[in-house]
Design a protein around this ligand. Structure first.
Ligand code: FAD
Length: 315
């Protein structure tokens, strides 16, 4: 069976949930090989974690030459590994960084690339939602090694013991790949909430919050969810652009998306309509968001959200 390379998304050796999802998807296409690019003294936890999700092999790539640079060296590592092992496919997380790596890699390998896949089946045949969600497209790479960027939360991670044989891989990084250097890297202020792009539950607020995100944040905390927002809320200066969901913000595919005070404009839908279940709370019974919601509540979010928090707390 051919190898399927999976780029491990990790923070200092702790793998992120989308990597477990990619390994689960990779098992449909061949034998998953996890590619860990990072400080090898941080790799022990990652190796154990990727084995748990079926990695048959683990390539460790020490980052002594990579750590100080942006994404270009990672694309070179994957290119050289792909030339060595001729994988059946290469999977990365469809994040800003993942997509940039995938694009650079596709050029280097002369391969076709599919981004924002929400499903990948044998073939590999992918499913994407395009044109602000107006079309669902099934696609297949027809040239070179299929490179596929898969959206977080597209599939549930399933455990399966993998041998996870460790092999150190040394890549040669070109001078041009080192042309953009990281000067400083500071962790985002911790909110204690999951990352928006990979959260299983998202509670989002729009103009209907009137600028007070407290009910949205309280419900998010009660559900262990991430907070999101519409562009109207961002443009009003109520919340930062990092929380914006939609065509010009983040794309999310959580298991549950709760929209409060969001009308459901097409540009907002583009970023959330692949959510598995959608709940909308809106005072206007004719709001377009209800066309897409699995459950709609006509009501004031400032009343409905605190009520749900109360119910969750059993009070
Ligand atoms: P509104 O459309 O004003 O809706 C507010 C809703 O809140 C209404 O339905 C109202 O009935 C309801 N409401 C009011 N009070 C309450 C209450 N107390 N309780 C419950 N409901 C209440 N938008 C995005 O979101 N993301 C994008 O990435 C994005 N990109 C764009 C890109 C382009 C090129 C363009 C042109 C637009 C883009 N937009 C984007 C903007 C988009 O068209 C909408 O203007 C925006 O999504 C509206 O945000 P909203 O739903 O919060 O506000």
């Amino acid at each position: 069976m051919s190898e399927v390379l999976v780029l491990v998304d990790h923070v200092d050796g702790a793998i992120r949930k989308p990597t477990a999802e990619l390994l689960t998807v990779a098992r449909r296409l061949g034998e998953p090989s996890a590619v860990f690019i990072g400080r090898t003294d941080h790799s022990a936890g990652a190796v154990a974690a990727v084995r748990k999700y079926g990695a048959a092999k683990v390539y460790l790539v020490d980052d002594s030459e990579i750590r100080d640079y942006l994404v270009a060296p990672k694309a070179e590592v994957l290119q050289q590994l792909a030339v060595k092992v001729s994988p059946a496919a290469i999977l990365v997380t469809s994040s800003f960084e993942g997509k940039e790596i995938a694009g650079r890699l596709a050029v280097k390998l002369g391969s076709g690339l599919i981004t924002d896949a929400v499903d990948v089946q044998e073939g590999p045949v992918t499913t994407q939602s395009v044109f602000a969600g107006n079309y669902t497209v099934r696609a297949k790479v027809t040239k070179g090694t299929p490179i596929i960027a898969v959206k977080p939360n597209s599939s549930a991670p399933e455990e399966s013991d993998g041998a996870g044989a460790v092999e150190e891989f040394r890549a040669t990084i070109s001078e041009s790949a080192k042309s953009a250097r990281i000067l400083a890297s500071e962790p985002r202020q911790a909110t204690g909430r999951p990352d928006l792009a990979e959260a299983a539950i998202v509670v989002a607020g729009g103009r209907g919050t009137g600028g007070d995100f407290t009910p949205v944040e309280k419900l998010a905390d009660a559900l262990g969810a991430a907070v999101g927002a519409s562009r109207a809320a961002v443009d009003s200066g109520w919340i930062s652009h990092a929380f914006q969901i939609g065509q010009t913000g983040k794309t999310v595919s959580p298991r549950l998306y709760i929209a409060g005070g969001i009308s459901g404009a097409i540009q907002h839908r583009a970023g959330m309509q692949t959510s598995k279940a959608i709940v909308a709370v809106n005072t206007d019974a004719d709001a377009p968001i209800f066309e897409l919601a699995d459950l709609g509540v006509v009501g004031d979010l400032r009343v409905v959200f605190p009520k749900v928090v109360e119910l969750l707390a059993g009070t």
